[in-house]
Design a protein around this ligand. Structure first.
Ligand code: GLU
Ligand code: MG
Length: 465
């Protein structure tokens, strides 16, 4: 894979030329016919345009054209009339050569992940990747790097008759389910590994046709990029095998939802995990506690980015392992933040925080940026998260929950957007222009969904992400 490349206008020509050469060799050797430049819209949808090999040089040099309004369209491709951006105005989709990957599940195709630049060559105010780069930069200024992993659950569908239905029914972690899912699982793992995504585990989850493939953590930007590659790859492998795959958070009220827990740890310049402190409670350091407290102080606003669809809020049901009250605890899977117990072979490296109220419809750049902003606020203000929750909050009475500060999450996307609007830090750090457009776009999505019934909502979201 090409390395050391810069992207966007103002790049170092010599480095860039070398990578163009490498790219062309890979494209020729693998008979690649279409090369996609992709970004993830604020709506969470992975989008892009593809060029033929003859278009690669100009795409890398000056990007592809994209209407600014594209960043304001809803998941249903509707541009709200109240959006700031309308069909006038242009940005450039500029691929990052370091992200070049041949798509092993779709012969003839390769992809690059792209940033959005203004015509003048500056990162555009609504570019999700540029935001994460800036937020990761503020970590670097404090001497930290972050490692993150997105832990996706999803549902595999087959079409035995005229309807798409979960491809099988089995038990959570059931061995029989691993047998049934094997052809898909092995192909997905092979395709992920071929793109440098290290797969750690594979198992069946609690819902019909529900699967999980945890992957290894990566430093900030690579973790978010990896999440795009992950979603693209498992969906593509499913399609190639005659299945369809859904990341919808809660397709059926009585079945388990699809979460995408986000694992986080903070590292210093000496490669020490600063969340780890062997002698402290739950092996969580003071900085780790502050980071947790920051997340808890901003949870309601964070949800607007980590649980970003109308359907996301149907996942937050008591005793569904999704969490639905703001709290934290050691290995508490009904808490907003679970302190993940360390493993004996390397306690320092394995201690991490798991943020649970995220689902795979989130834009990984926005979700990770927002989490870092919240966690850093906890560190900057030396916040304390209060006592850990050692029980399932659903088993406490409302009075007991209140006493322990276990507050229910916003009941729907509309309430989460209102919480975001009230969260001055998130609004400022995510960017006023971005939040303004995000609120407009998401409120249009809420209106569109309100016009549909329960089945309509399922059909509208089911295979969109
Ligand atoms: N499916 C659950 C969720 O919606 C998570 C189950 C688990 O703990 O892995 O988050
Ligand atoms: Mg799971």
């Amino acid at each position: 894979m090409p390395s050391n490349a810069q992207c966007g206008p103002g790049f170092d020509r010599a480095v860039h030329m070398m990578n163009i050469e490498q790219l062309h060799r890979l494209i020729a050797d693998h008979d690649i016919r279409l090369i996609r430049a992709m970004y993830v819209g604020p709506d969470g949808i992975s989008r892009g345009k593809a060029v033929t090999p003859s278009g690669v040089d100009s795409m890398l040099a000056s990007g592809l054209g994209l209407t600014q309004a594209q960043a304001s369209v809803t998941v249903f491709d509707v541009l709200p009339p109240t959006s700031h951006y309308q069909p006038i105005g242009e940005v450039r989709l500029v691929p990052d050569p370091q992200t070049f990957q041949i798509m092993p599940y779709l012969p003839g195709h390769a992809r690059l992940l792209a940033d959005l630049y203004t015509l003048g060559g500056q990162p555009w105010e609504l570019c999700p990747r540029s935001l994460l780069r800036r937020v990761v930069g503020s970590l670097t200024e404090r001497g930290f790097t972050i490692r993150a992993a997105f832990e996706n659950e999803f549902t595999l569908y087959a079409q035995p008759g005229d309807r798409w239905v979960p491809f099988a029914d089995y038990n959570c972690f059931g061995s029989a389910g691993i047998d049934q899912a094997s052809p898909f699982a092995l192909a997905a793992i092979e395709a992920l590994e071929a793109q440098d995504v290290h797969v750690e585990k594979f198992f069946t989850e609690a819902g019909p046709g529900q699967l999980e493939i945890p992957v290894r953590h990566q430093p900030g930007m690579r973790a978010a990029d990896q999440q795009v590659v992950f979603r693209e790859t498992v969906r593509g492998v499913a399609l190639a095998q005659g299945y369809r795959l859904s990341f919808m958070p809660k397709a059926y009220p009585d079945s388990a939802g699809n979460g995408c827990h986000i694992h986080l740890s903070l590292w210093d310049q000496d490669s020490r995990n600063v969340f780890y402190a062997q002698a402290q409670e739950y092996e969580l350091s003071s900085i780790g506690r502050q980071f947790v407290a920051g997340i808890l102080a901003h949870t309601d606003g964070l949800l607007a980015f980590t649980a970003p669809t109308c359907n996301s809020y149907k996942r937050f049901v008591e005793r569904s392992w999704s969490s639905c009250y703001t709290g934290w605890g050691p290995d508490n899977r009904e808490a907003t933040v679970r302190v993940v117990s360390s493993f004996a072979h390397d306690r320092e490296a394995t201690l991490n925080l798991e943020y649970r109220p995220a689902d795979p419809t989130c834009n990984p750049y926005l979700a990770l940026s927002a989490l870092i902003i919240a966690g850093l606020d906890g560190i900057d203000r030396e916040l304390d998260p209060g006592p850990a929750t050692l029980t399932d909050p659903a088993l406490l009475s409302p009075d007991e929950r209140k006493k322990h500060g276990l507050l229910p999450y916003p009941t729907d996307l509309s309430a989460a957007l209102a919480a975001l609007e009230r969260d001055e830090l998130l609004c400022a750090e995510m960017g006023a222009a971005r939040v303004r457009d995000y609120l407009t776009m998401k409120r249009a999505e809420i209106d569109a969904i309100a016009a549909l019934g329960r089945d309509g909502e399922r059909l509208a979201y089911q295979f969109r992400f």
